[in-house]
Design a protein. Structure first.
Length: 79
């Protein structure tokens, strides 16, 4: 009988050490977040007349979702 499942090894951890793993694991999610943020900026400032979205009831929910998706892996890396 082996007890390898319960063997624990001490690893150095920290916020900046885990940033490499967070960047690697969530690279596609961050790419989508930046693309959608760019689309929001375009539609808010530079889109042709009739295509602009300036109403806060349309901007705020998507902006909050993007901020939370951006910060969640960073917040989980702290704990």
């Amino acid at each position: 009988m082996e007890w390898t499942a319960t063997a624990k090894e001490l690893e150095t951890t920290g916020f900046f050490i885990g940033m490499d793993r967070i960047a690697k694991d969530f690279k596609y999610m961050y790419g989508c977040v930046f693309a959608i943020t760019g689309g929001m900026i375009y539609l808010g400032k530079y889109a042709p007349y009739g295509w602009t979205i300036t109403d806060w009831t349309a901007i705020l929910p998507l902006a909050l979702q993007l901020v939370c998706h951006f910060l969640l892996p960073l917040a989980l890396g702290l704990f």
